[in-house]
Design a protein around this ligand. Structure first.
Ligand code: BGC
Length: 567
């Protein structure tokens, strides 16, 4: 690889959800000292770029994505001293820290919003979107019919007035108005503050929504039973987002050489995303999209039977390749299966019955595709969905809570809703990290967050797996080591990638052509399948079964069997 390649080209990322990662002070909630205590573990695992979900002061309506003071560390997580220690200890070990920067909204408890409410003539009023409601007889209606991401209107009435403020997430998360130059400067100051402290970069939360349709006209798309319209085009990927980011780059990111990775969600095409992350002209370094996160039909599947939920392998391949084709010569690309906003990937695309095999197959696909892989905490031990028994068990997640209220209003029973949430809720990925098989899975002295998944007693934990040479964690560690070998990294990033047997409905296989050819073959099925292969195998680098079934150029692939081959 060229010597001037940016650091993320040679990095394997790891996503930490601080609330449930590790509790250092025994109060039942994960925290920064807990993260610090696991840095040696992360170093040993082989990852080197840590994205940590928000650590700022927050009333925790959306678990930290509702920030009430950007200059203060959330007391639940620790102090500024703890944060500085985290940076220092991480850097000592060669681990970079990317903080989650929430800049589309604040908490309603943030002083800016409080001031905006108490003094409508204050500059802070102009930081948010306040609009008058519409009087219809004795009814006061919101300014328009837009529906937000958390199943409600985007408008909340300011009590005792005809005013409403806009929030595309929860009502405790008012959106800020990036068309206001003063507001933008406030955010730049915050970013500089953390860069000066030593953070390596930012994950820019909900970046795609920074600009809104300022006409605020109602949408004419079909409305739901409450007359609301989920028309994300009104607040997603609008042209001004690029202008704001270019300014952010000029004023903050470029002078400080900061790394930036934005979240653009599912509403953006790769071509549109390139405007943000093109290596030459884009304001930021990479963008996360959701296109490979929901290819099993689970999303919106409350009326479906379990048999109808299975991985659409062809769709998965199409989505991987759509992004690869658009990006590989022009932009760097992050790869992830799941984060704190999705159910566990093992439950989505893998299988709890074939936990060991499927976790390894998913790891192999992710780690060797073109891009910078990001592993979500717990995936390295094959953690799976929460298996909660009732809707309330998922309620620490405000978006799930709102969804339940809306599903109940539509007449679904709690049993149906629970079944659906067990497939889709993001609370599934927010159970405490399973460190060992002892009390509370080694997370801490007590648990004051989402309940544990009991499978920590059955080997789904770090310590037990470390002792087992065939465990998921040992596979991850070896695979990461391989991924970061300069020759392999070079082929992965610079070799030409194509899918093998694109139309195979069960197998995801791809080849990088380079000085050596590197091939991944992975079955995504819990049953046996066949795969024709005519290349000469020079080396089996990774494999998740003890023997190879290959005859007359046809592999017999057992459930979730996978290979990384040199051919
Ligand atoms: C975060 C979510 C959060 C939302 C609002 C997303 O992109 O990843 O967890 O609920 O932004 O901040």
């Amino acid at each position: 690889m060229e010597n001037n390649a940016p650091f993320w080209n040679d990095s394997v990322g790891y996503i930490i959800y601080p609330e449930t990662f590790c509790d250092g002070n025994g109060d039942g909630v994960g925290d920064i000292p807990g993260i610090v205590s696991k840095l040696d573990y992360l170093k040993e695992l082989g990852v080197n770029l840590l994205w940590i979900c928000p650590l700022f002061a927050s009333p925790m309506d959306d678990n930290g994505y509702d920030v009430s003071d950007y200059y203060k560390i959330n007391p639940l997580y620790g102090t500024e001293e703890d944060f500085k220690k985290l940076l220092e200890e991480a850097h000592k070990r060669g681990l970079r820290i990317v903080v989650d920067f929430v800049l589309n909204h604040t908490s309603d408890e943030h002083p800016w919003f409080q001031k905006a409410l108490s003094d409508p003539s204050s500059p802070e009023r102009g930081y948010y979107f306040f609009r008058k409601g519409v009087r219809q007889g004795d009814q006061l209606l919101p300014p328009n019919n837009w529906k937000g991401f958390f199943s409600t209107s985007v408008w909340e009435n300011v009590e005792g007035t005809d005013d409403f403020y806009m929030h595309i997430f929860s009502k405790k998360m008012p959106d800020v108005d990036w068309s206001n130059p003063e507001l933008r400067q406030r955010y730049y100051e915050i970013a500089r503050h953390y860069l000066d402290m030593g953070v390596d970069g930012f994950r820019l939360d909900a970046l795609a929504h920074l600009a809104k349709d300022l006409s605020f006209a109602s949408s004419s798309l079909p409305a739901d039973e409450n007359g609301l319209v989920y028309d994300t085009s009104r607040f997603s990927n609008r042209p001004e987002v690029l202008d704001y980011l270019l300014e952010f780059k000029k004023e903050v990111l470029a002078p400080k050489h900061a790394f930036s990775i934005g979240e653009v969600g599912g509403g953006v095409s790769p071509e549109e995303a390139l405007r943000y992350c093109d290596r030459q002209s884009g304001p930021i370094n990479m963008v996360f999209n959701f296109d490979t996160a929901w290819c099993n039909g689970a999303y919106g599947s409350i009326d479906k039977n379990d048999e109808e939920i299975f991985t659409d392998v062809l769709e998965l391949k199409r989505n991987f390749m759509r992004w690869y084709d658009a990006c590989h010569e022009k932009a760097d690309m992050p790869l992830y299966w799941c984060n704190h906003d999705h159910p566990r990937v093992l439950s989505q695309y893998g299988s709890t019955k074939y936990r060991n095999e499927s976790a390894k197959a998913l790891a192999t696909i992710l780690l060797f595709f073109y891009g910078t892989p990001f592993i979500y905490n717990g995936d390295e031990i094959g953690m799976s969905n929460a298996e909660y028994a009732k809707p309330e068990d998922f309620f620490r997640d405000v978006s799930t809570k709102n969804e339940v209220l809306s599903l109940r209003a539509r007449g679904y029973s709690d049993a149906q809703i629970t079944h659906y949430l067990c497939r889709t809720s993001r609370a599934n990925a927010r159970t405490p990290m399973q460190w060992n098989h002892e009390e509370n899975a080694g997370f801490g002295k007590k648990i004051a967050v989402n309940a544990l998944n009991e499978n920590y007693k059955e080997g789904v934990n770090v310590l037990d797996q470390m002792k087992d040479p065939w465990s998921i964690i040992n596979f991850f560690q070896y695979a990461i080591l391989k991924r970061r070998e300069p020759e392999i990294n070079d082929i992965v990033l610079h070799g030409k990638l194509h899918i093998l047997d694109f139309n195979h409905p069960d197998v995801l296989a791809y080849m990088h052509e380079g000085k050596e050819n590197l091939v991944v073959i992975a079955s995504l099925r819990p049953y046996e399948t066949y795969f024709s292969f005519y290349h000469m195998i020079r080396d089996v680098v990774l494999h998740n079964y003890g023997d190879v079934l290959l005859k007359d150029h046809v592999f017999t692939l057992r459930p979730f069997e996978c290979f990384l081959l040199k051919v």
